[in-house]
Design a protein around this ligand. Structure first.
Ligand code: PFF
Length: 467
């Protein structure tokens, strides 16, 4: 029986690519997780939601919600070697469950509409740093320096044509990489660049921690004030945890479908979640001391990263070179994450609609470009329209992070926790009995069955005011 299943798996997999090794699996998955979420979104949300209390809730969400859902997605992906819609056919699940895949495809689009715009800002900052736009900051007073960087950010985002062009460039880079089909290239790029990004963030951290505002910055980041935990803080932390780990929308089903047979799925998810969270915390430790030293507003919103990083580099020898390197590496991290986002609709179209892979890439990127350009910039044609009190940028972010990902995560938890045979889960997570990890599997299944869905429901009902 097992043989038949495994043979089948190999036959249907012949034309599907897999990552080449365990290390490649780790770096590719981390490449999807680490991105603008750590460097841009994490500090923005920590700033807007009151600091340490948010960070604490975020950690709990990673542990009890993000990791169990990630393991479940790996399970679905590797056991079916299929896209997030086709996977449920292969598992012989009721058609209803395919909704997880469809939600994932729409989630990828919603995220990319605004994510590619922010990636465009990052690309434009590389260019500004090369041009020397930040060179004179170091000679200004603290107050003037803060004002100068803020006005550079405002004009970057508010310009009429350039943010759209930069968004197009960011999407074109993703297209070129996907076209070249360099799965190997992607693996190699991530392996080299992740450690570099890590090193640079540590350098910024060290400099930031020696600024006068370091103590205030750290206490903002780590001191927990329980009165700050409101329903909307809970929902934002939950949404961020899913967004950060790229779970709840089938990205990890897709990546899991490329994993090697002997990969330890539980260990991989812990390693990825731990490394990813470490990057976010380090970025927080780099940014908040600057905020307090320069008297900036922690809750300033999406400009926080762009308004603080140039300031910290203005206080370091060779700061401008490091600033260029920082935005370059951030652009790479954003690009790796975008590859995984675009991969979801692309594999879906290629496998479910039998479309040529290249055509799927073009269609997906075009949709992302057209909707993104028409809506998310202040100067976009629909840029000034607000729905439910939000502009399109915030609305797409809210719909994806706070609705699609948690709902997708909930359905995944119910499907694997309650609709899948325990023996099948054990078989996949223990690599056919090769790993001696039955305790870990049991803990995972218990959390997934009871705690994950319950917490998700509580946060949800709480945020819409029902409890
Ligand atoms: N995890 C990425 C980040 O934090 O930047 C964003 C992301 C990638 C979200 C892939 C969702 C996803 F499926």
């Amino acid at each position: 029986m097992f043989y038949i299943k495994d043979n089948k798996r190999n036959l249907t997999d012949e034309k599907r690519e897999t990552f080449s090794s365990g290390l490649a699996v780790f770096f590719a998955t981390l490449g999807s997780a680490v991105g603008l979420g750590n460097i841009w979104k994490f500090p923005t949300l920590v700033g807007m939601n009151g600091g340490g209390a948010f960070v604490l809730v975020y950690f709990i969400c990673i542990l009890l919600l993000g990791i169990p859902v990630m393991i479940s997605e790996f399970y679905i992906g590797r056991s079916t070697r299929s896209n997030p819609v086709g996977a449920f056919n292969k598992l012989k699940a009721k058609p209803f469950w395919k909704i997880i895949g469809y939600l994932g495809v729409s989630g990828a689009l919603f995220i990319m509409f605004f994510y590619s715009a922010v990636a465009g800002w990052v690309y434009s900052y590389i260019f500004k740093a090369i041009k020397g736009d930040f060179l004179n900051i170091s000679s200004l007073s603290i107050h003037q320096a803060g004002e100068t960087v803020s006005s550079i950010f405002e004009s970057t985002v508010g310009a009429s044509i350039s943010p759209i062009i930069w968004q197009a460039i960011a999407l074109a880079v993703v297209g070129i990489i996907l076209f070249a089909g360099v799965k190997n290239g992607i693996e190699k790029i991530t392996k080299t660049l992740m450690p570099l990004l890590f090193t640079l963030i540590i350098i910024i951290c060290i400099r930031s921690l020696t600024l006068e505002g370091a103590r205030d910055g750290l206490s903002f980041l780590f001191k927990v004030d329980f009165s700050k935990i409101t329903p909307s803080v809970l929902l934002s932390a939950l949404g961020l945890a899913f967004f950060k780990l790229s779970v709840g929308m089938g990205t990890m089903i897709t990546y899991g479908s490329y994993f090697t047979e002997n990969n330890n799925l539980i260990n991989t998810s812990f390693k990825v979640a731990f490394s990813d969270t470490l990057v976010s915390i380090l970025v927080g430790m780099a940014i908040f001391p600057v905020v307090f030293t320069f008297g900036l507003e922690p809750g300033a919103g999406p400009g926080l990263l762009f308004n603080t990083i140039p300031l910290v580099f203005s206080k370091i020898p060779f700061g401008n070179v490091l600033l260029i390197a920082f935005f370059l590496l951030t652009a790479f991290a954003a690009t790796m994450a975008m590859l995984s986002l675009v991969e979801v609709p692309v594999v879906f179209m290629a496998e479910e609609w039998d479309l040529d892979r290249k055509k799927s890439v073009i269609i997906t990127l075009l949709i992302m470009f057209i909707v993104g350009v028409l809506t998310v910039h202040p100067s976009s044609i629909f840029g000034h329209i607000t729905l439910f009190g939000k502009n399109f940028f915030d609305l797409f972010d809210f719909i994806s992070s706070n609705l699609i990902l948690p709902i997708g995560g909930f359905l995944i938890a119910i499907f694997v926790g309650h609709k899948t045979k325990k023996a099948d889960i054990i078989k996949e997570l223990s690599n056919n009995g090769e790993l001696d990890n039955s305790n870990k599997i049991n803990i995972y299944i218990t959390i997934l069955k009871y705690i994950t869905p319950l917490l998700l429901i509580i946060v949800f009902l709480n945020s819409i005011g029902i409890i």
